[in-house]
Design a binder for this molecule. Structure first.
Ligand code: NAD
Length: 260
C-alpha cells in the first residue's frame, strides 16, 4: 500500500497506459480520478476499479480546454479531499512527413501534449501547494522525449518539451515538497500504437510486420514491446518516492531502445 489514501488525477486513463497506472495505483491504496475525453469509458473504468473495492470516479475532460480541466480537477478534489498525484498522460499520435503536415494537425498535437500538461499541472499544483502535504507530478513522455523518428515532428517536439516543463515544475515545486518527473516508454501495444502500424506501413511502403520489426522494435535489445505494466511500475516509483531527491528526472523504459 505505497499510495494509501493519496488522490491521483490521471488523464487519458480510460485506455492503455493510463488505465494500467490507474489499476496499479488503486491496488496501492490510492483514490483515482479517471479523467478522459471519453466520459463513457472513464465511467466504465471507474466502475471496474470500484468493483475491486477501490475508490474511483470518472470525469469527462478535454485536456486542451482550460475550463474543463479546472472543473474536472475541482470535481475530483472535492470528491476525495485534494490532489496528491497528477499523471499527465492523455495523448494521441498523428504521423506525416514534415512537408505534408497540416498546420492544424501540428497545433492539435501540441495542444493535447503540451497545453494539456500545462493546464492540468496548473490546476493540480494549486491544490498540492495549498494542502501542504507535497505531491508528485508525472508526465508521460516517450523515447521520443530524447530521440527522433521519421514522420513524428510534433510528437517528438512536444515530448521533448515535457522534459523542460518537468524540470521547471521540479524547481518551483521543491519548497512545497512537489516533485516532477517524466516517464519515457518505448513502444507499448495500446490502441495508439495499433493505429500507427498500418499507417506507417502505408507511408513507408513496407509491411505491418516490417514496421514492428524494422521500425518500432529495431533498436531494442531483445525485439520486445514495453508493456503497460512496465510503465505503471515506473509511475509507482515516481509517485511513491518520499523526498525531493528524485525530481526533475526522465526515466526511459524501452527494452534498451534508447540508452543514456
Ligand atoms: P491510448 O490511445 O490507449 O489512450 C489515450 C487516452 O487518452 C484515451 O483514453 C483517449 O480517450 C485519451 N485522450 C485523447 N485525447 C484526449 C484529450 N484531448 N483529453 C483527454 N483525454 C484524451 O494511448 P496510450 O498508448 O495509452 O498513450 C498514453 C500516453 O503514453 C500518451 O501520452 C502517449 O504519447 C504516451 N506513450 C505511448 C507509447 C506507446 O507506445 N503506446 C509510448 C510512449 C509514450
Amino acid at each position: 500500500m505505497q499510495l494509501k489514501d493519496k488522490v491521483a488525477y490521471i488523464t487519458g486513463s480510460a485506455s492503455g497506459i493510463g488505465k494500467e497506472i490507474a489499476i496499479l495505483f488503486a491496488q496501492e491504496g490510492a483514490k483515482i480520478i479517471i479523467a478522459d475525453l471519453n466520459k463513457e469509458a472513464a465511467d466504465a473504468t471507474a466502475a471496474e476499479l470500484k468493483a475491486t473495492g477501490a475508490q474511483a470516479i470518472g470525469v469527462g475532460v478535454d485536456v486542451t480546454n482550460e475550463d474543463q480541466v479546472n472543473a474536472s480537477v475541482e470535481e475530483g478534489a472535492a470528491a476525495f479531499g485534494g490532489i496528491d498525484i497528477l499523471i499527465s498522460n492523455a495523448g494521441i499520435q498523428i504521423v506525416h512527413p514534415v512537408e505534408e503536415f497540416s498546420f492544424a494537425d501540428w497545433k492539435k498535437m501540441l495542444a493535447i501534449h503540451l497545453d494539456g500538461a500545462f493546464l492540468t499541472t496548473k490546476a493540480c499544483l494549486k491544490h498540492m501547494y495549498a494542502q501542504g502535504r507535497g505531491g508528485s507530478v508525472i508526465y508521460m513522455g516517450s523515447v521520443h522525449s530524447k530521440e527522433a523518428s521519421l514522420l513524428k515532428a510534433p510528437y517528438v517536439t512536444a515530448k521533448h518539451g515535457l522534459i523542460g516543463l518537468a524540470k521547471t515544475v521540479a524547481k518551483e515545486g521543491a519548497k512545497h515538497g512537489v516533485r516532477a518527473n517524466v516517464i519515457c516508454p518505448g513502444f507499448v501495444r495500446t490502441p495508439l500504437v495499433e493505429k500507427q502500424i498500418p499507417e506507417q506501413a502505408k507511408t513507408l511502403g513496407i509491411t505491418e510486420q516490417e514496421v514492428i520489426k524494422n521500425v518500432m522494435l529495431k533498436e531494442t535489445v531483445d525485439g520486445e514491446f514495453t508493456t503497460t505494466e512496465d510503465v505503471a511500475r515506473v509511475a509507482l516509483l515516481f509517485a511513491g518516492f518520499p523526498t525531493n531527491a528524485l525530481t526533475g528526472q526522465s526515466l526511459v523504459v524501452s527494452h534498451g531502445w534508447f540508452m543514456q
